[in-house]
Design a protein around this ligand. Sequence first.
Ligand SMILES: [Fe+2]
Ligand SMILES: [Fe+2]
Length: 273
Amino acid sequence: MPVRTIAFFGDIVGSPGRRAFASAVRQVTDHHNPDSIIVNAENARHGSGLHPDGYKDIRKIGADAVTLGDHWLRAKQIFPILDDPEEPIARPANLSVQAAGKTSSSISLGDAAPRLHIITVLGRLFMGYPADDPFACIDREIARITADDPPALFVIEIHAEATSEKIAITWHCAQRHADRVVAVVGSHTHVQTADARIVDHTLAAITDLGMSGSRRSVIGRQIDPVLSFMREAKPAAFDVADQDLAATGLLFRIDTDRRIATETIPLFYTCNS
Ligand SMILES: [Fe+2]
Ligand SMILES: [Fe+2]
């Protein structure tokens, strides 16, 4: 059975998040030896956006592909990299048709195996950033990639606040794209959900991957400024927190002949360096 193992980690928050991710890459490699590692890096630049230096660092640490979210354009220096077809990073796909950057990236799973394409869509419920219909966008993006032989497989990342919207996207992919989509993972809340599973014997799913960053924090930011903003309504700079680092995500295995996911393992690694 030709099996490929993929590890996908949640949003890297600042340089502490990069340290947590680096430690997690070492540990997941020791424990599971994944073929490919994917990570969301939308908060890697001081907690918001991704700078080219951060992208290069995250790639060097071991990410084979990098994804973004609603903070994708906070550092516009990343635009040339987003436009470069050789760089395995894309912006969220369901934005204005004139937005800069690729709408998907892809990684090789080996010579005779299907290529694995990665698409991120933004949710529309309780999100501040204006996004297009994520369901129609997924249909459009999967229909667009037809030249691959054998036919490409897809990982869909739904970057959204509402668990309902993420789970609805998961069922949409299971109903309409079971022959192409092998995983649907959520991101954005920075809190890992306890529902890693195989849906309908075909695709791996988790409602949220969680985060690579500080757990002594409010979703990666220092506690006191967030409390003073929320509790006392005072303006505050939400600096990145750097204590009690961990990285969470999902490991899933794909049978590339049967074109299905066969196993999911939730990942949780405290930073040991
Ligand atoms: Fe995030
Ligand atoms: Fe986000």
